[in-house]
Design a protein around this ligand. Structure first.
Ligand SMILES: *Cc1c(COP(=O)(O)O)cnc(C)c1O
Length: 381
């Protein structure tokens, strides 16, 4: 296999080897069902509870406030549908933003079909919601405000603490999809005044198919997945023990090494940005210049088509993504970039580079040598 240069860490991350090592015993040696009563099963139960503590610690939550799910998508679905169904007699209004991940937008659209009313807040040119807008959109029948922590495409970080103050003042449940934030920046649920927070293992060097949901003590919650009594009746199904152990380990590593990783990734990303500016003078950077994840660069280049650029990059081993989601083979301009009012012509020339802790300076150097040539070629074709 040829070497790849992976600049797509917001899509998924390579697992940390230490995570795999932590998981390994729970496939063969310690395979028991954590709900069984024999001693050997108690080891599995213990491992699940240790992982719960590791996840909780990273968020400054109590372990009793964490449940495990199959990932970010399930966590988001669980919250949105739970609040909708348990408060439908109180109100049918939900507030979210135009730039959420589809794992929030589509459950909201589904609820609209069920008779709920959803406000999709617009964002400014950097991707940040207007707090005054949010206040104005709150109604007597608003039951949930769900606003992402950091955007996966442009990296913009929303004013979560301010939103938390408002939701507490109005006594409305507040959920944040923090899948892109957790592991990259410190997230403190106590300080933020949130009721629900979603996170996902594979975005922080953990396994795919595992995630968690923070549910603040005292918050009403109806399970999305019903069945056995696992996860204190909040999420049925035999626990994905290896996945849970892996997620716990990934959170522990993030807790210990986040600062160090940040310094390195920030440096690489800055170098990448400077190099791009230098060599492609008409390049445009999307997202907020400062209130942004330090690993994410979203750029528009006039006169190129990002799909072509991605194919040519792929030929050189570089993995990145574009400003469109491919549905049924037809690239659809990204709803996030549209919400920023970026003209469709520029959207079609938009690329996202998202770095991670396994990237190196040599990769950035190589990229800065190759990519400007690709752009030149595309512009002249
Ligand atoms: C990746 C992602 C999700 C989905 O998480 P999965 O674990 O893949 O289901 C949700 N929200 C955001 C912001 C994401 O980046």
């Amino acid at each position: 296999m040829n070497k790849i240069y992976y600049f797509d860490n917001n899509a998924t991350t390579q697992m940390d080897k230490r995570v795999l090592e932590a998981m390994e015993p729970y496939f063969i040696d310690k395979f028991e069902n954590p709900s069984s009563i024999y001693k050997s099963a108690q080891q599995c139960r213990g491992a699940v509870e240790t992982a719960r503590e590791q996840v909780a610690k990273l968020l400054n939550a109590d372990p009793s406030e964490i449940i495990f799910t199959s990932g970010g998508t399930e966590s988001n679905n669980a919250v949105i549908k739970s609040v909708a169904f348990s408060f439908k007699d109180k109100g049918k209004h939900i507030i979210t933003t135009q730039i959420e991940h589809h794992a929030v937008l589509n459950p909201c659209k589904y609820l609209e079909l069920q008779g709920f009313d959803v406000t999709y807040l617009p964002v400014d040119k950097y991707g940040i919601i207007d707090i005054a807008d949010l206040k104005k959109s709150i109604r007597k029948d608003t039951i949930l405000i769900t606003i992402m922590y950091a955007n996966n495409e442009i990296g913009t970080i929303e004013p979560i603490e301010e939103i938390g103050k408002i939701t507490q003042e109005y006594e409305i449940y507040f959920h944040t999809d923090a899948v892109q934030a957790v592991g990259k920046i410190p997230v403190n649920v106590k300080k933020l005044g949130i009721n629900f927070l979603s996170l996902s293992g594979h975005k922080l060097y953990g396994p795919k198919g595992i995630g968690a949901l923070y549910i603040k003590e005292g918050t009403r919650f109806l399970p999305l997945i019903q069945g056995g009594h696992q996860e204190k009746h909040k999420r049925a199904g035999t626990e994905n023990v290896p996945g849970i152990v892996g997620l716990g380990k990934a959170c522990e590593i993030a807790q210990n090494e986040m600062q160090e990783e940040r310094t390195k990734i920030e440096y690489l990303c800055q170098k990448l940005a400077n190099g791009l500016k230098d060599k492609i003078p008409d390049i445009k950077f999307n997202g907020h210049p400062e209130k942004r994840l330090y690993n994410t660069l979203n750029v528009s280049i006039p006169g190129i088509n990002s799909q072509d650029a991605l194919i040519m990059l792929d030929e050189k081993g570089f993995c990145a993504s574009s400003g469109s989601a491919c549905s049924a083979g037809i690239p659809e301009p990204s709803h996030v970039l549209k919400a920023l009012n970026i003209p469709e012509k520029l959207i079609s020339g938009t690329l996202r580079f998202s770095l991670g802790k396994f990237n190196t300076e040599e990769e950035i150097d190589l990229f800065l040598e190759i990519f400007p040539k690709i752009v030149k070629k595309l512009k002249s074709s």
